[in-house]
Design a protein around this ligand. Sequence first.
Ligand code: IYR
Length: 235
Amino acid sequence: MRLITTDTIVCCMQDKPFVSLNWNELPMDEMKHRSKQLLGVMSSRRTTRHFSSRSVPKSLIEDAILCGGTAPSGAHLQPWTFVAISSQELKEKIRKAAEAEERKTYQNRMPDAWREVLLPLGTDAVKAHLTDAPWVVVLFRQSKRIRSNGEWGPTYYGNESCGIAAGMFIHAIHNMGLVTLSHTPSPMGFLREILNRPEHEHAMLVLPVGYPAENAEVPDLQRKTLDEIAIFIED
Ligand code: IYR
């Protein structure tokens, strides 16, 4: 006789079978070594605004996008579209539209409370990175998807999902020895139009990618300490 348990019912309700996690425990020494090693790699990342126009192979951008696409997402709907642009003509078009918005922001729309925190970063409405960098990757969040019955349905936690995907993309770019900038021209509705994306896709982030310009400089920033960013609650 075959017993049908709750587990069986739950398992049979999935329309895709489960597979083994395929996880292997690492020795504690190795775990500690890897955690410090990655901390070193990530601590050396800097957001860079000054790019060389030296070319970067498409395969590296493809790999970084695939790394971004490994992010966890709400209901595993993977609600992201990465548009990677190396066309100089298109980059110029994006720069022109971004600078038009940014001029309005810097001249009229930016309140003092915002302006004062940007001042030390030296940002302004000139967005040369959009035409200097060999690649500009625009990340779109999908707010809807087609259900299995053919109707439109929502995505879930799209901002969180795309934020994590962006982080993984940025890490991949740094790990391969290139630099990027998480740029947010605002408002960025013009990107949907220029890049011909559908109405349910919303531009979230513009990521120029490439080699840094020779003698590129970055602001002398400090990252918050562990005490400033974490609270541990222990037994
Ligand atoms: N989007 C503008 C302004 C800007 C805003 C923040 I918050 C920054 O950290 C940096 C810039 C721009 O890209 O210049």
